[in-house]
Design a protein around this ligand. Structure first.
Ligand code: ADP
Ligand code: MG
Length: 724
């Protein structure tokens, strides 16, 4: 089928499509967590003592008592079998952003040839997938390829339903036989433990006697695009790279701002409801849904949960968004920049820390005591972002997120903190040593000094900040839509652990010198502000002025590409941070650098190859076909004495030649493989391959503007974004 007839057929299919009828609404109470083996199901099916023991493990994160594993496994299996599951899977999260699972049957063949369904405590608690096919960054040689999965009891097991049946899924950690973390869950759990330890110490110094386990929370807002599968299947770039490598922006983009919070198209709404039903059954609290800024772009945000569970749920949510899209004839694009020229997608990671006794520690609170406590935790965050901003940048560095950061639609690649004018003013006063003046009325006494009560909703939002205080939490806005939230959460928890540890020691020191608590707090926070206040910025993060000021006057790092950011993982101060907090050993950290760098290089190389092949085998032939018709017409008209200008033919020919010239340069450039270091290879991708890809694309997009639409082989931006 020549280009356009396939496109015409796609449009026909889509516009004549029967809408999937919306499912009859189910009562939330009936479906909520129906597929989760949660505490209440355990309570109903386990002997009391066993339930008490496992409950303790879940709440406090303590080690599972091995002697109860068999009893729990049997109850879990009975429940899963009653839900139609024949298989179980240990689900784990390798260093790539994916979710991996290995399925095993409950089936056990007996001596007499009969089968029974069997599931022991041993297989519940530990699995042994063949680890060799997952990137390990050099941790294991292939002869030691064994990897182990172990049940993370703090994240509940669940049933995953697909059209092909139900599977019992067990969230697990993934480690090498030598005990090194091969995944994103182990360091996340360790980072929570490190933060808990440091936070508890500070809370006790602040005079709290009863201090419960401190956990971190995460609520992630997920943006995504939906494109009809009839179009996507005609775009090799969408299928293999998840983004368009060619495509001329449509005459109408997002200029009118008419998509944001607009009415959700009916077909999309049916899809969303289907997604939400699956999420509810899995106990994932989907809460908000709306259109996003770009045409064809949407957002879903679940209510926040404990970081570890939220992270597992995020992975599930991405899987469900994609699977459900297929059922509805869509392809769900989680790529950070599927379409050039219109907004990309992010994943805002809302993050806080708190516990059962003191509540949300990043909530200003109502009493002077709570207020002071809040300022201490907030100060710890400020110090963390200043000391480890480059590490935060590295944690969100991927080839795809590079397209979005700093492109005047997403925060710049410079890490700073936005506090809102009121809180910024308070910290400014602490720095100046006189907290007596307040911008706002209703002054509150902190004992030695005066602080204003902080309003819970500062109201003014700053969309240009990578990391913003939003009233009772921080919002890490620079995270990519395709990413696991674990990486960013690990960094946030770990840097907070480090800062709280430092603050705890300083407070102790001041108190031992005989300082009053309030005075000690102000002294320490003043020090934080003097050393780290430069990271606070409330202005326009997109502006050129800021980029200049941030680097030249404030000494902050601007790391525009992944090639610039990932080497931060090799810095001595980062190695020290992870080692002393016990979150990652130097070997584990090094392996992460290797894996992420390899991912970066591979994804650019795959895209570069695709650019060459699409230019040569799709766009060039379309140009030639068009030229052939055009030239024949020019010739036969000339025979009649009619002059049809040759300029258009010349222009198409010139563009086609230039595109092929650049494509040839690019395909030569891809062949280079002799690099001394991984860093050099990454830089080559960033500074040689990427610009060449853009060059080829430039000619390709210019051709799209010249060639008759009926010859164009690729579904256009207009079609993909506006036809639903
Ligand atoms: P907005 O678009 O205004 O940023 P949303 O309602 O879309 O807000 O998303 C806010 C997210 O922040 C939700 O997932 C919400 O549950 C989460 N959130 C609220 N409080 C906390 C908290 N203490 N810790 C972590 N996340 C939180
Ligand atoms: Mg938000």
């Amino acid at each position: 089928m020549s280009g356009n007839s396939a496109r015409v057929q796609a449009v026909h299919q889509i516009t004549n499509r029967q809408l999937m009828p919306p499912k009859p609404p189910q009562r939330l109470e009936e479906i909520w967590a129906a597929n989760v083996f949660n505490l209440s199901k355990m309570q109903a099916s386990l002997p009391k003592a066993v339930f008490k023991s496992i409950q303790k493990t879940i709440v406090t994160g303590q080690k599972l008592d091995a002697s109860i594993a068999d009893v729990v496994a049997t109850a879990m299996r009975d429940w899963a079998v009653s839900k139609g599951a024949l298989y179980y899977a240990h689900v784990f999260y390798p260093m790539t952003n994916i979710t991996a699972e290995k399925h095993d049957g409950f089936i056990s063949v007996q001596g007499d040839g009969n089968v029974i369904s069997e599931f022991s405590g041993k297989v519940l608690v530990q699995g042994e997938p063949d680890g060799s096919s997952f990137p390990n960054g050099g941790i294991r040689d292939t002869f030691e390829a064994r990897g182990y999965t172990a049940w993370d009891v703090t994240s509940p097991a669940y049933i995953m339903e697909t059209d092909n049946g139900a599977t019992l899924c067990i969230p697990t950690v993934f480690v090498s036989w030598t005990g090194e973390a091969l995944d994103k869950k182990v360091p996340l759990l360790r980072s929570i433990a490190a933060m808990d330890k440091a936070a508890s110490k500070v809370l006790k110094l602040l005079g709290n006697e009863d201090v419960a386990h401190v956990n971190s929370s995460c609520g992630a807002e997920q943006e995504y695009f939906l494109v009809d599968a009839n179009f996507a299947s005609q775009r090799p770039d969408l299928l293999l790279a998840g983004r368009t490598l060619f495509g001329k922006p449509p005459a109408k983009g997002q200029e009118f701002d008419d998509h944001y919070f607009g009415a959700i198209p009916e077909r999309v709404q049916v899809y969303m409801q289907d997604v939400e039903e699956s999420l509810y059954k899995l106990g994932i609290p989907a809460k908000t849904r709306h259109n996003e800024v770009a045409p064809g772009q949407f957002e879903i945000a679940p209510f926040f949960e404990a970081a570890n569970v939220a992270s597992d749920h995020q992975q599930l949510l991405m899987t469900i968004l994609k699977h459900t899209a297929k059922k509805h004839g869509f392809v769900c694009l989680l790529h950070e920049k599927p379409f050039a020229g219109i907004n990309g997608s992010g994943k805002h990671v809302n993050w806080s820390v708190g516990n059962a006794t003191q509540g949300n520690l990043l909530d200003p609170g109502d009493s002077p005591h709570d207020n002071a406590q809040f300022l201490v935790f907030c100060g710890a965050v400020i110090r963390g972002v200043h000391k480890y901003g480059p590490l935060m940048r590295a944690a969100i560095a991927t080839a795809s997120n590079d397209h979005r950061l700093g492109a005047n639609e997403a925060p710049p690649a410079i890490m700073s903190v936005y506090l809102g004018s009121q809180l910024e003013d308070v910290f400014e006063q602490i720095k100046n040593g006189s907290v007596s003046e307040s911008q706002h009325k209703g002054v509150m006494d902190l004992g030695i000094n005066v602080l204003p009560p902080l309003s819970k909703d500062p109201g003014d939002r700053n969309r240009t900040s990578p990391f913003a205080f939003t009233g009772n939490r921080f919002e890490f806005r620079a995270v990519g839509s395709n990413q696991s939230v674990s990486g960013p959460l690990i960094v946030l928890n770990t840097m907070l652990a480090d800062s709280l540890d430092w603050i705890g020691n300083r407070l102790e020191n001041e108190l031992s010198k005989g300082s009053e608590l309030d005075a000690a707090i102000i002294t320490v926070l003043k020090e934080v502000m003097e050393q780290h206040g430069a990271v606070i910025f409330g202005g326009n993060g997109y502006s050129e002025d800021w980029h200049k000021m941030a680097v030249e006057e404030r000494g902050l790092s601007n790391l525009p590409t992944t090639a610039d950011a990932l080497p931060v993982l090799k810095e001595e101060y980062v190695r020290e941070l992870f080692e002393k907090t016990g979150v990652l050993t130097p070997v584990e950290l090094e392996s992460r650098f290797e894996v992420y760098a390899e991912q970066y290089i591979l994804s650019i190389e795959v895209e570069a190859k695709l650019v060459v092949s699409m230019a040569k085998t799709m766009i060039y032939p379309a140009a030639v076909e068009y030229l052939s018709q055009l030239s024949a017409t020019i010739g036969s008209l000339a025979d009649l004495g009619v002059n049809l200008g040759k300029e258009s033919a010349q222009k198409v020919a010139d563009l086609a030649n230039s595109m092929m010239g650049s494509a040839t340069k690019l395909s030569e450039a891809i062949k280079k493989h002799d690099f001394d270091t991984t860093e050099e290879h990454m830089n080559y991708c960033a500074t040689v391959l990427r610009p060449l890809m853009d060059e080829v694309r430039g000619y390709g997009d210019a051709l799209e503007a010249e060639i008759a639409d009926s010859f164009w082989p690729l579904p256009t931006y207009q079609e993909m974004l506006f036809i639903k």
